[in-house]
Structure formats: structure tokens, C-alpha cells
Design a protein around this ligand. Structure first.
Ligand SMILES: O=C(O)CCC(=O)C(=O)O
Length: 268
């Protein structure tokens, strides 16, 4: 079956909290998605009004090319990636349940862009019970030099932690979750078309892109098990893999520690 995993891969995911599946997407597919978002940057195929608030004159590379939130809601190619049958097959195995699609994002991360400090996705998605899961696909090579993603192994069962203030010279988000004592982040080095899967409690993040020339584009999707009861309403509407909207409860209480964190303004 396309996208199926070996028992060793499943064991690795259960033990380490993450798994890299090499070449899940072909170079042709990756090139097509990269080209789609290059047309967004060039302005030849723009986003609907308000969906990509960029400032082409800004000094900050992330204001010139901010991440695109939820492109599957208006871009057919992004929707097909979010609902790709290969992802579904793998997610069913890892979740032991049918996956429900909650989010898509496209990150450009141009040279000089800040990273995203270590954090836990389910702090934002608030999937209950259990957790969400990420499928993070490299569109360019993703290595430490260009701000590739790192994960802290064995944190899949680590409770959600109230974030500290991140260093805003290095991170474009304010939140930081430190690894537990004795644990540290390891780079997940990826080539275009490789997909990194990780549980929503896994601590992960990225440093700045210090390359003078290399972009670090990625397509990032989040899912939850169909047996989940609720999720933060910021992620509504949710989709099943047939593309139908499915209705879940909105998470009440729990989640962020402290009134200053407004879920709706974040997103993983
Ligand atoms: O790609 C990155 O640099 C960070 C992405 C991330 O941590 C996330 O989507 O939760």
C-alpha cells in the first residue's frame, strides 16, 4: 500500500516521538508546490484578500514573506497535499485511528529569517483527549544552516508546559518551552519531499536561517484522531480525508497558562 510503514518505523515513532519518511513526495510534486508559492510571492497568483498579509518593502524577511496560514482553504494544490492518501495511510498507522485534517501552513523562511522557538503544538491545537500530530514536509533541503527543524526525542509523553518568553532576536514567536533536564533538541535533516511526523506534545522548533542564499520552505500540516472529542475552535472547519467538513466540540478551559496568551492569535 502506498505510504505504508514498516514495523521498525512504527516502533521508532512510538519510542522516539517522531519519524522521518524519506521521499514521500516526488521531486515533481515538490517543485509544483514550490512554484505555486513562488507565484504567490511574485504576485502572479495572489492569495485572496487578507489571506497573506505581506509587506514587500519590509526589512524583516518574515514580513516580506510571512508563513501562509491555512492555504488549503483557498488553494486547490495545498488542499490536495493536506488530504494526500499517502499521508492518510501513514497517519492511520501512527494514530491507530482515522486522521482528521486541522491545519495547513506554508513556511518560506528566506535567508536571514528568524526561527520558531521550541514549543509543543498541542498547546495551541488543544486536541483532547490525546494529542495532535504534525506532518512537516521539506520543500527545500532543511538543515541547521538554513534554520531546519529540530525535535527533542522522547518528549511525546511530556505534559504541555506553560511557555516562557523566547528571545525575539532568534524567534518570530514569543513562546519558548525548554527541554526537560537531560534532553536536548536534535536536528531533523530533511531533503525535499521528506516528511517528518511528530506527536503534538513533542518539543520542537527552529533557529534562524543563517544561510546567505538558501531558503527553507516547508509545507506543514496538522491532524488529530477521529476519536478526539474537541479542539480549539480557531482550527474550524475541520476536514476528513474525503474533503467533507466534520464537526467537533471546541476545547473549553485547559490549554494556555496565563491570561496573556490568546490562542486565536497563535497557531502552531
Ligand atoms: O518550521 C519551523 O521552523 C517551525 C514550524 C513549527 O514548529 C510548527 O509548525 O509547529
Amino acid at each position: 500500500m502506498v505510504g505504508s510503514l514498516s514495523p521498525e518505523q512504527v516502533d521508532f515513532f512510538r519510542r522516539e516521538g517522531y519519524l522521518i519518511v524519506r521521499r514521500l513526495f516526488s521531486s515533481g510534486e515538490v517543485d509544483a508546490l514550490r512554484a505555486r508559492f513562488e507565484r504567490l510571492v511574485a504576485g502572479t497568483e495572489p492569495a485572496p484578500p487578507g489571506q497573506w498579509p505581506n509587506d514587500p518593502q519590509a526589512a524583516d524577511p518574515l514580513q516580506r514573506c510571512p508563513r501562509v496560514m491555512m492555504p488549503h482553504r483557498w488553494d486547490g494544490l495545498s488542499r490536495r497535499w493536506l488530504l494526500d492518501p499517502r499521508l492518510r495511510t501513514i497517519l492511520r498507522t501512527l494514530l491507530e485511528d482515522e486522521p482528521i485534517a486541522t491545519q495547513s501552513m506554508f513556511y518560506f523562511k528566506p535567508p536571514g529569517a528568524r526561527g520558531q522557538a521550541l514549543h509543543q503544538d498541542n498547546f495551541y491545537l488543544q486536541v483532547e483527549p490525546h494529542s495532535c500530530i504534525a506532518a512537516w514536509t521539506a520543500i527545500d533541503p532543511s538543515v541547521p544552516e538554513n534554520g531546519g527543524l529540530s525535535v527533542v526525542p522522547h518528549t511525546q509523553d511530556y505534559a504541555l508546559v506553560c511557555p516562557e518568553q523566547a528571545d525575539m532576536a532568534e524567534s518570530f514567536v514569543t513562546h519558548l518551552v525548554r527541554p526537560p533536564a537531560g534532553a536536548q533538541a536534535v536536528p531533523a535533516e530533511l531533503q525535499p519531499g521528506d516528511t517528518l511526523f511528530f506527536n503534538g506534545n513533542v518539543i520542537h522548533g527552529s533557529g534562524p536561517n543563517r544561510s546567505p542564499t538558501l531558503w527553507r520552505r516547508s509545507f506543514i500540516c496538522h491532524y488529530m484522531p477521529a476519536s478526539a472529542r474537541c479542539i480549539s475552535s480557531w482550527y474550524f472547519p475541520l476536514l476528513n480525508f474525503s474533503g467533507d467538513e466534520v464537526v467537533y466540540g471546541a476545547t473549553q478551559g485547559g490549554g494556555p497558562c496565563g491570561v496573556e496568551f490568546k490562542l486565536a492569535n497563535y497557531g502552531a
